[in-house]
Design a protein around this ligand. Sequence first.
Ligand code: SF4
Length: 388
Amino acid sequence: MSESIGLFVFIPFCKIKCTYCDFNVYANLARLMEPYAEAVAREITNHKLQITNAHSLYFGGGTPSLMPIASIEKILRALQNSFSLVSHPEITIEANPGNVDADQLRALRSLGINRLSLGVQSFDDAMLRRLNRGHTVADALQTFDSARRSGFDNLSLDFIYGLPLQSLDDWRATLERALALSPEHLSLYALKVEEGTGLEHQIKRGKYPKPDDDLEADMYELAEEMLDAAGYRQYEISNWARKIPTSNLQSSISNLQSRHNLTYWRNEPYFGFGAGAHSCFGGERFWNVLSPQEYIQRVERGESGVAGREQINRELEMAETMLLGLRLNEGIEFEKFAQRYGEDAREKYSRELREIRELGLVEISEARVRLTPRGRLLSNEVFWRFLP
Ligand code: SF4
């Protein structure tokens, strides 16, 4: 079987909770790390998937780099024993600056992890304190340097824009410092104020103003300009990869885009392990219980960790392929869509495509439909139209 999947492991532990975060993550649960790793390894070993070829492994969270190396190794070995990995699989781990030292980075690299995604978020210490990030700019620079010295030649940095009291000049300064490091990959996200977070309370109390959509749009356009000028190719609404890999790459990287995240955007099958992890496979989406304690107990009892399922019928799958694929700069290729579903996307979605083209949000050629720069700024105006 030539089909392959992306494998995701969710690690729900963080040192402290950032003010904007509404993820299923917990500070002060370090005592659960080892039993959690045991449970994840057991869930992996007991999987009943028909597809066992995998092109990417991704340790996300949370802060996976907080886990003891032996725990990461246990999970990784379980994955390697249960799945056939393609040659040169992409194996990513997320880390936060200051949470991982040079010895740990060397150990992670020698386990075969070949991509590090570092949550830097800002190069402004006052901003990092405001967000309760628990690290400084100096920590970020030091972790980046340690990662390079440890042999990571595929480094991705995450940043957030539209932060409380952040000006366009502040954002420019952060981008300049990020580009000076010459990472292989950059992910830039607009701040979302999620319900029930500390940040939402701070904004409600008037400590910070509400995010300004116009300023965020200016920040996005500034990033597009600066990254393009610095030799990065945008391949997704929030993601850029360096056009030319460096010559001293130790891993066999021909393309610096995130293979794992492309799995989601191309609406390909993926499987997630761990508390709250989602999977999408065989016409079904399913997800595990959120609570790490309950997840561990269930797996220890030999029960499934799955808490819910949703059938994905063909209509929904096609719609999701459209709206996820439009996030990518490559857009939707009509021929590939027809091969996959036996339908012509131009006919099936003729009304939606006409509307968004008239609004200047997409461009449509013989071969494909893709967002225009204006469409990338107003992407939600595009996406909702495709949902059944
Ligand atoms: S480090 Fe990431 S996952 Fe952890 S609390 Fe902060 S934003 Fe949330």
